[in-house]
Design a binder for this molecule. Structure first.
Ligand code: ADP
Ligand code: MG
Length: 362
């Protein structure tokens, strides 16, 4: 089921006397979520991810704009009539019910004449329990399960009515690191198997990049960029997106274009056919190439061996990022010695941004 957002806007009246302005939680969203894909809504805390999800589910009504599921305008439909499955960070299972009863609940909570037979309900519960691999735990209570298992039950409960759209709000945040990795792969597998259009909210860029077919990067209620994870990583639309994606983060410098050359400090780094101006230079950690004659000379802080790669922590007078780190293959990492290190820069890994607008300079 394709989801279309048209000028979708949510304004909350201010609750803070010191900040009397209304909060524009979601500001004029206009985009399409393609059928059958997993979309990651990504951005820092407070940027409007949950509000967007709640507008899609119907838990919130927009101040302006519309939501379509395919050709259906669902903008004013209550959540129960939209055909959405919801999963939240805190699994919100009913503690006094068994896993079976929890998963069955959405099937029993309908008008009598629409209700399936007991046998049909049992079959559906078993089907989704198998899908999320908890079919052996159906007689347990939620308190007798791990966080990862509880979240699987919550996903099964959201899927039991075969929703048109599955909405997940930071579903992995309460899990420890190992379970988080495992459960995110699980979500990807379930999504692929069912083919249900899924919107996955997270503030964790790695999580979003690793499982999404498409990511939507947001800041302060404003859409920053939408695209396939690799495309957004390779061509960030602005400085915010460049900084938000990637681990280790992008290295940033104050730079300058002079006579068709890009300078960082006194060093000409590469040719750039642009008019003279100051720029921000962003270089991905894998964009540094160890080169004894390279133009960019760094003070070497330390070298961290990671096995496959080597992490080079540097300093430079023009650096403006907190994390100053280049990643190079361990074979060349072995060659580094002394208190200086020289690099040449891969052009495809180097992005320039306008000083005023912070937009990518193409
Ligand atoms: P996220 O999920 O990305 O952390 P939210 O969508 O929860 O962000 O919130 C976006 C903005 O809207 C925040 O500034 C938040 O404080 C504000 N907000 C969210 N819900 C309400 C509400 N019910 N009333 C007033 N402001 C709200
Ligand atoms: Mg949220």
């Amino acid at each position: 089921m394709k989801i279309i957002l048209k000028n979708l806007t949510k304004i909350y009246p201010s609750r803070d006397k010191n900040k009397p302005d209304d909060v524009i939680a979601v500001n004029g969203f206009d985009f399409e979520i393609p059928d059958g894909k997993l979309i990651g809504l990504l951005g820092p805390s407070g940027c409007g991810k949950s509000t967007t999800l709640n507008l899609i589910s119907g838990l919130e009504l927009p101040t302006k704009g519309q939501v379509f599921f395919g050709d259906d305008d669902v903008t004013n439909l209550p959540p129960e009539n939209r055909g959405v499955g919801l999963v939240f960070q805190n699994y919100a299972l009913y503690p006094h019910m068994t896993v079976r009863q929890n998963i069955m609940f959405p099937l029993t909570n309908v008008k009598k004449k629409e209700r399936l037979s007991r046998k049909e309900m049992e079959e559906k519960v078993l089907e989704v329990a198998k899908l999320v691999q908890i079919e052996k735990l159906l007689d347990r209570k939620p308190s007798e399960m791990s966080g990862g298992q509880q979240q699987r039950v919550a996903i099964a409960r959201a899927l039991v009515k075969m929703p048109r759209v599955l909405l997940l709000d930071e579903p992995l945040s309460n899990l420890d690191a190992r379970l988080r990795l495992q459960t995110r792969e699980e979500i990807k597998r379930i999504q692929k198997k069912t083919g249900i259009t899924t919107v996955f909210v997270t503030h964790d860029q790695e999580e979003a990049m690793s499982i999404s077919d498409m990511i939507v990067v947001m800041k302060d209620g404003v859409l920053q960029q939408i695209g396939r994870p690799q495309d957004v990583y390779d061509a960030p639309a602005n400085l915010f997106v460049a900084k938000f994606l990637g681990n280790p983060p992008i290295s940033l410098f104050k730079g300058e274009i002079k006579n068709n050359l890009l300078y960082i400090g006194d060093s000409a780094i590469m040719e750039k056919k642009l008019s003279d101006r100051e720029v921000y230079v962003g270089i991905r950690p894998e964009g540094f190439e160890y080169d004894e004659n390279g133009p960019l000379v760094f003070d070497l802080e330390r070298v961290e061996v990671m096995g496959r790669d080597t992490s080079v922590v540097y300093d430079h007078a023009c650096s403006i990022s907190d994390n100053k780190r280049a990643i190079i293959p361990s074979e060349t990492g072995k060659l580094i010695c002394g208190d200086k290190v020289r690099f040449s820069i891969k052009e495809s890994k180097c992005h320039l941004f306008d000083i005023e607008s912070e937009e990518l300079i193409k």
